[in-house]
Design a binder for this molecule. Structure first.
Ligand SMILES: [Zn+2]
Length: 366
């Protein structure tokens, strides 16, 4: 019995020495020294890791840019698209610091079947006469150069700063001066793809309560001298209401992943609004059940988009989220500390998201 007690005492001592560090800093918690930006956890769970090399249905990507710098890169991109299952890709000329639209048209001409080009509004002359000229230019881009839409316009508070070659500083989407352009786009059946605001975390205090802190801190929006989140949403809603014959595609879930009921209410109210899921994988996949429910409910109004380069792996990361039931995985390059999970979308929803809805728009909107 004595021997047994001694044995237990030794075990207790050993256990204690394993649990607490020795020496002066016996009370220090090593986790106190880890910065949030360095948090890089490795999943230990024995969970399914599903590889989706090719999309279940051939995709129409409604949101990308002129990433390819030469013909070889465009050809390589087409190879990747074939590999992962992308039929064609929308190239948004606005928001891309690069060559003029005419040059983009020329560069992608040999791959006409695989890329559709979207052009910009011209804000170089904001007088009434200047806007009429801009309308004529839009018509020329559409009729002669094959532009199928306008985008990506972008307003993070200071106006449409995405526009090229002239920024639309202080020109918000509900500005009466550009109404003729928006209506012209509607008339020409050119949808307008628009990026409004940024994810909500970027507007909140950069403190310990900010749920998106590790990303938000470098992506922060300073609204001191410009429109804030809600004011921007108001401008977008005004544009939807005032231009019922123009189709708007709100990029990136309208940067409203944090409030899907609010996003759904807008879709309910405005039939001229669609949204794309581009570049918001982490912002949606950390709330997989709510997002899944949302995508099922609004399955006729959501579009696939990437907005993130030309690599096969980039596409595959998105497929994993949309198609699988995998859970609790990290994708550090999205910039957050959140674990993500797949949506496991039903086939008919996946089909509409990947191509069905885009096909309908292309048919109706040329
Ligand atoms: Zn974009």
């Amino acid at each position: 019995m004595k021997k047994y007690c001694l044995f237990l005492a030794v075990i207790a001592l050993l256990t204690a020495s394993c649990a607490a560090p020795k020496g002066e800093n016996a009370s220090a918690n090593p986790a106190d020294k880890i910065l949030l930006k360095d948090f890089n956890p490795i999943v230990v769970n024995n969970l399914p890791v599903t590889k989706v090399d090719r999309a279940k249905y051939t995709i129409i990507d409604m949101h990308s840019h002129d990433y390819a710098v030469n013909q070889e890169e465009i050809a390589q991109w087409v190879k990747v698209m074939d590999e992962v299952g992308v039929e064609h890709t929308a190239i948004m000329h606005c928001s891309w610091i690069g060559r003029p639209f005419e040059e983009v048209v020329e560069a992608y001409a040999p791959f006409k079947e695989r890329f559709r080009l979207w052009c910009c509004f011209d804000y170089s002359d904001m007088s009434e006469e200047g806007i009429q000229k801009a309308c004529a230019l839009l018509e020329r881009y559409h009729n002669e150069l094959g532009a199928v839409g306008v985008g990506e316009l972008g307003d993070k508070g200071e106006g449409d700063t995405y526009a090229r070659p002239v920024e639309g500083k202080d020109i918000h989407i509900d500005d009466p001066r550009i109404r003729p352009l928006i209506r012209k786009a509607g008339e020409l059946k050119m949808p307008i793809s628009i990026h409004i605001a940024e994810p909500y975390w970027m507007y909140l205090p950069m403190d310990e309560t900010n749920d998106g802190l590790v990303n938000a801190v470098t992506w922060h929006v300073d609204t001191t001298n410009c429109y804030g989140y809600n004011k921007l949403m108001e401008t977008f809603e005004n544009a939807l209401r005032e231009n019922p014959n123009t189709l708007f595609i709100a990029c990136h879930y309208l940067n409203m992943n944090h409030d899907l009921p609010r996003l759904g209410a807008l879709l309910d109210k405005y039939p001229n609004m669609y949204m794309d899921i581009s570049a918001r994988v982490a912002e949606s996949a950390h709330t997989p059940r709510a997002t899944r429910e949302f995508l099922i409910k609004y399955q006729d109004r959501v579009l696939f988009g990437t907005d993130n380069g030309m690599e096969a792996d980039m596409y595959r990361k998105i497929f994993r989220v949309l198609e699988t039931n995998d859970e609790h995985f990290y994708v550090p390059e999205y910039g957050y500390h959140w674990a993500l999970s797949g949506f496991n979308l039903p086939d008919e929803v996946l089909y509409k998201l990947y191509r069905g809805n885009a096909e309908r728009i292309i048919k109706e909107y040329k």
